[in-house]
Design a protein around this ligand. Structure first.
Ligand SMILES: N[C@@H](CCC(=O)N[C@@H](CS)C(=O)NCC(=O)O)C(=O)O
Length: 217
């Protein structure tokens, strides 16, 4: 059976987990934390999570995993069938992952882990986030899903990434850099009540407690 490897606090792990649950793909979970050790790098060459373990081998990078899921399990499609609409969903996924979450990620060390980041990093992240948010403003449909009338992989990414960006930017800049997107609040509320999303959120909270206990020890 397909195995999803990683930990439930990870936003990218949850992006894939929402997709698996919404598509109804049977899977097991293996708790794996990030590492640069050889045994990890054999399974996930960047040492990152998530990765999946399939009978054919392992696969990392959340978007590559989503594309594999769509090909291997065509039931409950999370991409539109029209090639252009399909590409528009991928475009949204890229903007969310690469141009919104990734700049916010440069701030996580200070926002979440008690470290500090330089003023230059803060300024750069703010500039990059403004561009990403402007792109999302132009692309998002909120109809009610982010790419239109149906749930897609872009929702799997938006649901896990947008709350993090709000949280981090409020903490680092004293303002929510997603404020130009007032639709986000209603959108997240709509996603949050989906039973599979509730399961992902409950597992995330449990893993958060486990990680806090691990740090104490
Ligand atoms: N582009 C990757 C990003 C995955 C990622 O950054 N995962 C984090 C956990 S949320 C990680 O493994 N970080 C450890 C590291 O960067 O070494 C994806 O889409 O899967």
């Amino acid at each position: 059976m397909l195995k999803l490897c990683g930990f439930a606090v990870s936003n990218y792990y949850n992006k894939v987990k929402i997709a698996l649950l919404e598509k109804g793909v049977p899977f097991e979970e293996e708790l794996v934390y990030t590492s640069q050790k050889d045994d990890m790098l054999k399974r996930s060459p960047m040492g990152k999570v998530p990765f999946i373990d399939t009978p054919a081998g392992t696969l990392c990078e959340s978007q590559a995993i989503c594309d594999y899921l769509e090909d291997a399990y065509p039931q409950m499609p999370l991409y539109p069938s029209d090639p252009f609409e399909r590409a528009k969903v991928r475009e949204l996924c890229t903007v969310l992952d690469l141009h919104i979450e990734l700049p916010a990620r440069t701030l996580y060390a200070e926002a979440f882990f008690g470290g500090s980041v330089t003023d230059q990093t803060k300024e750069q992240a703010k500039k990059d986030l403004a561009k990403g948010v402007r792109a999302l403003q132009g692309l998002a449909k909120w109809g009610p899903f982010i790419a239109g009338g149906k749930l897609t992989y872009a929702d799997c990414s938006a649901y896990v990434n947008l709350p993090l960006v709000s949280m981090v930017t409020k903490k680092m800049y004293g303002e929510d850099l997603l404020a130009p997107l007032p639709q986000v609040r209603e959108y997240l509320a709509m996603m949050k009540v989906r039973p599979h999303v509730q399961k992902v959120d409950a597992d995330r909270k449990l893993n958060q407690q486990q990680m806090a206990e691990r740090v104490k020890k």
